[in-house]
Design a binder for this molecule. Sequence first.
Ligand code: ADP
Ligand code: ASP
Ligand code: MG
Length: 407
Amino acid sequence: MSYNRVVLKFGGSSVATVERIRNVAGRIKGDYVDKGYEVAVVVSAMGKTTDNLIELARKTSSVSDGREIDQLLVTGEQQSAALLALALKDLGLKAKSFNGSQAGFIAYGHHTEGRITDVNPKRVEEWLSEGGVAVVTGFQGINELGDFMTLGRGGSDLSAVALAVALDGEFCHIYTDVDGIYTADPKVASGAIKLSSVSYEECIEMAALGAKVLQARSVEFASLYKMPIYVSSSIVDGEGTWVREEGIKEGLVIKAVVHDKNVAKIAVLGVPDVPGIAAGLFSRLAERGIGVEMIIQSVMRGDVNDIAFLVKETLLGDAIEVCSEYAREIDAQGVTYDSEVGRVSIIGVGLSVHPDIPAQMFSVLSREGINIDMISSTSNSITCVISSTSVDKAVSSLHKHFMEGEV
Ligand code: ADP
Ligand code: ASP
Ligand code: MG
């Protein structure tokens, strides 16, 4: 095992301009190379490049073809990787960029939502052992046909953690535009407090419920292989946040308030209450690669019930198509949807043993005049679906109540 090897990752905002790419090169040199580390760096596409490429495809054609979208999207990370390698060379370092195929990322599954099956970074390892800095494109791998696959939005975090595991790195340092993980999105809650560390369990819950500072799948992967992650700013100096295993602690409990505005609600109404109906609906959605969350089946009304759930807003069109077709086949009463919703959650390991917390959460929302559309809870979180326009207010009020001691 090498204890002097690290994998660094720089997100889109950190490499958004030529100046920032040059700044990143300086950081890699100062923070790690000059201290004797072997360094592999994973990069995202510059700024909003991925969004812009998706928009370009949408304007060019009405056909949504995952394979072609993936061939297009991978070019974003290839630009930033090559530019960063050039900037590192400018500082006198040995540097080389590698795309997902060259770096040995093997993926499978649906285009645009590929999953990593293996990472064989042979060329990267060789380059590191020759004293070079390896710059690897995030967000991409190749499938069994040799075609590029992307790994879901925010997927460079996953690439970085997977590479850190494959290279047996000491830890994975994720540089971003905030200086750590906070008790709420610091862009939304002005009183948000920086956490010095969070457990994998808490961080998975935070990421899964919308805290976009780390992609949820990357934290799950890190937890599986016990790879520590350190999150800090690429712009300002200072202590960041560790994500790693933590000892069991008793006491309170609420670690963060997180939100997600990029979800949409869909409901299939008047579904016949017979075995196999839910299995059929969710199999159809799965076949189309549509992930669902917060599935709620209402109590029976006569011999029918309703099934409601959330999907990513970008997948709403596909979900409506699948649900409408299925509703016709099973003779359900119809399909409704709402894209103007968001969710707000409070997170804390062991929260379910505190019986007063749900009531406190709902009281805060009601005091703000916010109507709750759906509620769900796990042992580590409570989530309310509310209108998207109320999300910021809900986050601030819940944060003030639970984290800043305001009653
Ligand atoms: P990158 O481009 O580096 O991948 P992202 O935009 O994906 O960066 O993630 C960083 C953003 O995550 C921050 O700018 C911040 O607004 C947001 N964020 C949401 N929740 C949190 C949180 N709890 N702590 C820190 N940042 C958060
Ligand atoms: N560029 C990709 C995205 O915008 C991957 C990433 O930034 O992590 O989703
Ligand atoms: Mg990100």
